[in-house]
Write a protein that binds this ligand. Structure first.
Ligand code: G
Ligand code: G
Ligand code: MN
Ligand code: NA
Length: 256
């Protein structure tokens, strides 16, 4: 496949970059972390969405080098921001891990290597996993998650509420944060069913001692309503779109 060859080259040639979208404390509006989102810009200047290249990367096995690059680049970015801030710049970076990547690579070892290479504490990283990762190989996932917790990282369940898994895993795995999928947030103000689902997720998280992040917050009304419902963090275009690193760093200075 031509796209595979081009993707391999993009990883090697620096055509892959990370964008950063803030995740804010809903009560104060302060930025607590940034989700790192991969962007592939071709040599012709065409931006290709991760929704297009992540599946290709997974099918071809290129998700392994791509995922290794993303973890390293996130750590490098944190070290750069800390250096510019003259100390801990005050935010974490969240890296997405796909199910296939978790199956094929040793993520704990990679995160440890990035921590050592850049001298950034493990507590500065969040790893976002999906329910599909748990369905695929629960025992392996449990070991990986324990290794990641031992490094001091935060673990978030991405797209929560959209997967096929049963809820028993919530009790067994060391999950810190549930990310409420955007599909429940979009249009929730005019939809009692969506509000009921969100309330149920918030109540479940609270009972299990987990925090919550609502995705897809596009308006101040959504931010206020979710804060009033007791959601901890929010992410979405209301706060900011995914930004290039330079703009993300500048935003810390203006918002925090
Ligand atoms: O940035 P955007 O909203 O278009 O991202 C689309 C999807 O791609 C999201 O589901 C996101 O989790 C995923 N994604 C973005 N960057 C990465 C990455 O570095 N690794 C993995 N596995 N998924 C990513
Ligand atoms: O699956 P994951 O949650 O990692 O996906 C993140 C994706 O969601 C990115 O592609 C990002 O661009 C997109 N996104 C982030 N905030 C919003 C928002 O407020 N509205 C919409 N429609 N998409 C968003
Ligand atoms: Mn995510
Ligand atoms: Na998500």
């Amino acid at each position: 496949f031509a796209i595979e060859t081009e993707l391999r080259r993009a990883i090697e040639n620096g055509c892959m970059t990370l964008n950063f979208q803030p995740i804010c404390d809903l009560a104060s509006g302060r930025i607590t972390s940034f989700e790192a989102l991969a962007r592939w810009t071709t040599e012709e200047g065409v931006a290709i969405s991760p929704n297009a290249f992540i599946p290709v990367a997974e099918e071809s096995g290129l998700i392994v080098p791509l995922g290794r690059w993303a973890i390293d680049e996130a750590a490098r970015t944190l070290a750069e921001w800390d250096a510019r801030a003259g100390g801990d710049c005050g935010v974490k970076i969240a890296v997405n891990l796909s199910a296939i990547q978790l199956q094929r690579d040793h993520i704990g070892t990679l995160v440890k290597a990035a921590i050592d290479r850049y001298g950034v504490a493990g507590s500065r990283f969040t790893l976002e996993l999906t329910e599909s990762a748990i369905v695929t190989d629960p025992d392996r996932i449990a070991r990986t998650m324990t290794a990641l917790k031992d490094l001091g990282t935060t673990l978030a369940m991405d797209d929560f509420g959209t997967g096929y898994s049963n809820l028993a895993y919530l009790q067994k795995l060391p999950i810190d944060v549930l990310k409420i999928d955007r599909s429940f947030v979009t249009g929730m103000l005019a939809d009692r069913d969506k509000i009921a689902i969100i309330r149920a997720i918030l109540s479940l998280a609270s009972a299990l001692g987990m925090q919550t992040t609502a995705e897809g917050i596009e308006t101040v009304e959504l931010a206020q309503t979710l804060a009033a419902l007791g959601c901890t963090y929010g992410q979405g275009y209301y706060y900011a779109r995914p930004l290039v690193g330079e703009d993300a760093f500048a935003l810390i200075g203006t918002r925090n």
